[in-house]
Design a protein around this ligand. Sequence first.
Ligand SMILES: Nc1ncnc2c1ncn2[C@@H]1O[C@H](COP(=O)(O)OP(=O)(O)O)[C@@H](O)[C@H]1O
Ligand SMILES: [Mg+2]
Length: 268
Amino acid sequence: MSEPGFIVTKEYRRFAEFCDACRRERHIGLCYGPPGVGKTLSARRYARWEVLGPVIERHAFYADIPSHPDLAECRTVLFTPSVTTTPKRVDDELTNLRHRLHAIICEALYPDDYQTIRYADDRWIELIIVDEADRLNFPALEQLRDVYDRGAFGVILIGMPGIEKRLARYAQFYSRVGFVYQFRALSVEEMRFILTHKWREMGLTLAPDDFTDAEALAAMIRITGGNFRLVQRLCSQIARILEINALRTVTAEVVEAARENLVIGPLI
Ligand SMILES: Nc1ncnc2c1ncn2[C@@H]1O[C@H](COP(=O)(O)OP(=O)(O)O)[C@@H](O)[C@H]1O
Ligand SMILES: [Mg+2]
């Protein structure tokens, strides 16, 4: 039902509260953070996109399509513009997503009442999340503002750090931004929690009191800087090294060897 392997972190909970607030107040919200900290996955989880995305994709406007009662509570669409997105594409795709989700919700709530289902309607939609919002140029942003002004939903833009400064140059758009949210990397305590989980996945137990484990843990925290994507990649390298060398313990040397096999860009 949810993103496979998704870990509900503190950052995710804060992100979900931010989404709830934008949705409740029908504001524009701005969320930014460095690559790999979990923005996209969190947005997908919030919108239940793992389940809803494919249903929307397949959804056809016929009366006899199956209803999805489990999706009755969904109120959020997730839109990822392509690098070449034009204002018209923004308008068309957002209209399409909203109308489809609206029909899916109506079908889930009133499966036998075709009168209630208005296909060209979006009254059930409460939030639009735009991932990779850095890709939107000024005309596309203007179009998004127009969609927002004509609708009755909140909008969240997710982007890289710096997007808030870029948007501040567009007074019309920026004046509508109600909330800003900075998505942060994992804290040291959370890294401990997640790595314990990862160790278990590799069939090992992590004993933070044990000197060797504590040292390996410290090395992983230092190398990844709490970046989720790096944690995942480092862990798969570690698993590989353990297997090749038939080892049963993750030591600081194993972590170091794993790091050497990774391409780690500038940690921002
Ligand atoms: N909450 C989470 N639980 C488990 N894995 C996560 C979580 N958040 C991020 N990840 C891992 O980190 C990777 C990068 O996350 P992503 O959401 O794509 O980052 P961003 O959009 O900020 O660049 C994911 O592919 C996944 O492996
Ligand atoms: Mg992303």
